[in-house]
Ligand binder design. Structure first.
Ligand SMILES: Cc1cc2nc3c(=O)[nH]c(=O)nc-3n(C[C@H](O)[C@H](O)[C@H](O)COP(=O)(O)OP(=O)(O)OC[C@H]3O[C@@H](n4cnc5c(N)ncnc54)[C@H](O)[C@@H]3O)c2cc1C
Ligand SMILES: *[C@@H]1O[C@H](CO)[C@@H](O)[C@H](O)[C@H]1NC(C)=O
Ligand SMILES: *[C@@H]1O[C@H](CO)[C@@H](O)[C@H](O)[C@H]1NC(C)=O
Ligand SMILES: *[C@@H]1O[C@H](CO)[C@@H](O)[C@H](O)[C@H]1NC(C)=O
Ligand SMILES: *[C@@H]1O[C@H](CO)[C@@H](O)[C@H](O)[C@H]1NC(C)=O
Ligand SMILES: *[C@@H]1O[C@H](CO)[C@@H](O)[C@H](O)[C@H]1NC(C)=O
Ligand SMILES: *[C@@H]1O[C@H](CO)[C@@H](O)[C@H](O)[C@H]1NC(C)=O
Ligand SMILES: *[C@@H]1O[C@H](CO)[C@@H](O)[C@H](O)[C@H]1NC(C)=O
Length: 627
């Protein structure tokens, strides 16, 4: 049985809404082109996937008017104005997503049919996501460089975070009432493409929950974007003035859509990358998205570089289809092996998520439930939104939370947990398809996580709060690793996604510890004002073993942060791209999206993707400038 607490649903709400809407933004179609134009032009660059990273890179590469760029995107431009409202953050539209579920999850008691979240729309995840734009902790990125990726520390990445994002200061009244703090040095200047801001309303219980966190021993931080651990406020990807989604389409595509050197082909899927006999990438094959495989396949050519930005799900799939991947898998699918690269589709990570639910018997009014239970409050909120774009309807998924370090979650036994991690025989816990390079790379990742788990500057569990009694508990640094592999009977069908959630027994144990922490939080003097009573998982579950068993039954494998499936790491450690994001074993082919992350950061992934893509664009420009 899948028990879903409200906050979890809030993060991962799946509503099948079909809205009728006018083509208000249809001028956006101006620079979209027909397939015959794409196939008859030789471009400087081809970008495979016009999602979040793809649009960033397309924008930057076309700053030079002498360079031409083709972006091929499976999805369409979404012209529904409501998709830019804060409410879209919690209402994921099925027509903007791929349709697939994961393989049965042995670590989740064999549950199957669990939704895999991947965007299928121009702007990708940034067009449909929860607009929560937090960053990982410095330690998250510093440890990328320790995995053998020079140039990828927090200090080196900070300029790219800043190149993408600026902060619009919150209303003085709300920031004072809620003690919202920030540090402007974390953000870029006012003209960066993405604006982040705070909504004009917070529920009063948020103050109580914040105070309760402090009483439970969590340290507030002045600016999460610089110190993403313990307790901090974070803005949403929302413009302050218009209160609209700030995303790759509004920030990176729309302002440059009339550049003559930028072509966007929507509704087409890329099948394979083409190579010459020197294994240099020279072009792509593509066809209309819903046509049968092989029907009307066309090609487009690129002189300088082809950049894969098809997301964690399809970047590895396209590589595998093109003969770059684990040789055994390719042979099974009858694909000639161009490069035996075991890391393609391996190293899959996401934030698995458990939950708790408490009923507040003396809740403060209004609270988030008032929107459904109190007609007067709802009418006031709707009116305020309709006339002024302020009030409760300007909230996305919330703006404050705790990133709880393991020493706080497991005061008595965090050292023994760390010792257990270090003593595990990793070969027994990794997918059987991993070769010795992947095992060697994983051991280094494992040691980094183990050592970071001893520190207070590294969030083990994310616990956001927004005035509700329910909490989601996301596992920020999973030890389990999954796979994405071609469907060998139909390589054009969706690939097989195996998250391998909780296969490493430490993963559910860390969430179990956080359930106990939630109980401690609810019992603080501040929280006692609300008279919380545990509803789920249930006060009868007390031991770690009981809680772990319940989590295997109820937790979800994903918070839509799938990543790391074409990781940047040395090839001997199972990497797919080097520190310049070039695919091993070929030339003229790079990757610039979420799949290049080697170790998932303890944050939602959107802001990190902006930083990676900005960095990727600069690397690509540099290496192809001279010719
Ligand atoms: C429902 C949802 C909610 C999320 N919520 C948050 C959040 O609140 N905060 C946060 O920080 N992160 C969130 N994320 C995660 C974040 O948005 C993603 O990690 C990020 O957008 C990924 O960017 P990307 O460029 O790597 O991939 P994407 O943005 O997914 O882009 C990949 C693009 O490639 C296209 N494509 C794929 N295959 C092909 C092909 N064969 N041919 C042509 N095109 C192809 C896809 O259609 C897609 O547009 C969420 C993600 C989802 C899906
Ligand atoms: C997923 O299914 C919906 C219908 O439920 C459809 O509208 C959408 O196009 C499908 N997604 C893709 C990428 O095919
Ligand atoms: C991870 O990065 C932090 C720096 O932010 C460092 O202190 C720590 O030692 C790193 N971990 C390992 C195992 O090197
Ligand atoms: C306000 O935030 C700061 C820094 O985040 C913290 O030190 C302080 O304790 C907070 N004050 C209150 C009243 O919560
Ligand atoms: C309903 O909301 C109104 C307006 O916010 C408030 O005054 C009233 O007390 C609420 N009623 C209940 C029963 O919560
Ligand atoms: C309308 O919005 C403005 C700022 O956007 C705010 O100052 C004002 O208080 C709002 N009006 C109401 C009635 O809330
Ligand atoms: C680890 O597990 C593998 C696979 O089961 C086994 O072959 C190997 O001997 C084990 N190594 C150790 C040190 O126990
Ligand atoms: C592989 O694709 C075929 C054809 O679309 C489909 O019938 C089959 O179920 C898929 N296999 C898996 C394991 O999903």
């Amino acid at each position: 049985m899948l028990r879903l607490a409200a906050t979890f649903v809030q993060l991962l709400a799946l509503t099948r809404v079909c809205l009728a809407y006018t083509d208000a933004l249809s001028e956006l179609h101006a620079r979209t082109i027909s397939p015959s134009v794409a196939s008859s032009t030789t471009y400087d660059y081809i970008i495979v996937g016009g999602g979040q990273a793809g649009l960033v890179i397309a924008n930057r590469l076309t700053e030079d008017a002498s360079k031409t760029v083709l972006v091929v995107e499976h999805g369409y431009l979404d012209t529904n104005p409501a998709q830019e409202d804060p409410s879209s953050a919690t209402a994921y539209k099925q027509h903007l997503l791929y349709n697939l579920t994961s393989t049965p999850q042995t670590g989740l008691n064999g549950r199957s049919g669990l939704t895999v979240f991947a965007a299928a729309v121009v702007g990708g995840g940034s067009t449909i996501n929860g607009m929560m734009l937090d960053r990982g902790a410095p330690e998250d990125y510093d440890n990328w460089s320790k995995l053998g990726n020079p140039g990828w520390s927090f200090k080196k990445l900070l300029p790219y975070f800043k190149k993408a994002t600026h902060l619009a200061l919150p209303d003085p009244a709300i920031l004072k009432e809620f003690n919202i703090t920030w540090d402007l040095s974390a953000y870029g200047s006012k003209d960066t493409p993405i604006e982040v801001s705070y909504p004009s309303y917070q529920y009063p219980a948020v103050k109580v929950q914040y105070q309760g966190m402090i009483e439970a021993g969590v340290q507030p931080q002045k600016e999460g974007a610089l110190n993403a651990y313990a307790l901090f406020w974070f803005p949403g990807a929302l413009t302050k003035k218009e209160v609209k989604r700030s995303y790759a389409v509004s920030g990176y595509y729309r302002p440059v859509a009339d550049r003559k050197n930028l072509h966007l082909l929507t509704g087409y899927r890329v099948n394979e990358i083409l190579f010459n006999r020197f294994k240099r990438a020279t072009g792509i094959t593509f066809q209309a998205r819903d046509t049968p495989a092989g029907e009307n396949v066309q090609t487009a050519k690129a002189k300088r570089e082809i950049v894969l930005t098809s997301g964690f799900l399809h970047t590895p799939q396209i590589l595998q289809r093109s003969g770059i991947g684990p040789a055994a898998l390719l042979r099974e699918a009858n694909i000639p092996v161009l490069v035996d690269l075991p890391g393609v589709g391996a190293n899959l990570q996401d934030h698995a998520v458990g939950s708790t639910n408490f009923q507040f018997n003396t809740d403060i009014i209004p609270n988030p439930g008032s929107l459904t239970s109190n007609e007067t409050f709802k009418a006031w909120a709707d009116e305020l939104w309709a006339t002024n774009r302020t009030g409760p309807r300007s909230i996305t998924v919330g703006n404050v939370g705790s990133w709880l370090p393991l020493p706080l979650l497991a005061q008595d036994d965090y050292k023994s947990i760390v010792a257990t991690i270090k003593s595990q025989n990793v070969s027994e816990l990794l997918p059987s398809t991993y070769d010795k390079t992947l095992i060697a790379g994983y051991k280094i990742q494992r040691n980094l996580i183990a050592s970071s788990y001893s520190r207070n500057t590294f969030g083990a569990i994310e616990l956001p709060f927004s005035g509700r009694g329910s909490s989601s508990l996301s596992l920020e640094h999973p030890l389990s690793r999954g796979t994405i592999r071609l469907n060998t009977t139909d390589i054009y069908a969706e690939p097989l996604v195996d998250y391998n959630t909780f296969v490493n027994p430490i993963d559910p144990l860390v969430i179990a510890k956080s359930v106990k922490f939630v109980r401690k939080w609810q019992s603080t003097p501040a929280m006692q004002q609300l008279s919380p009573v545990e509803v789920a998982p249930g006060a009868d579950l007390q031991t770690d073993e009981q809680l772990v068993a319940s989590l295997r039954d109820s937790a979800g494998p994903t918070t839509a942060h799938g990543c790391c499936t074409a990781a940047m790491s040395p090839r001997l450690h199972g990497g797919v791209v080097d520190e310049k994001l070039r695919v091993y074993g070929v030339s003229g082919l790079s990757i610039g999206d979420v799949s290049t992350i080697p170790l998932i950061p303890g944050s939602h992934t959107c802001s990190t993707v902006y930083a990676i893509a900005e960095h990727a664009a600069e690397l690509i420009k540099k290496r192809t400038a001279g010719w």
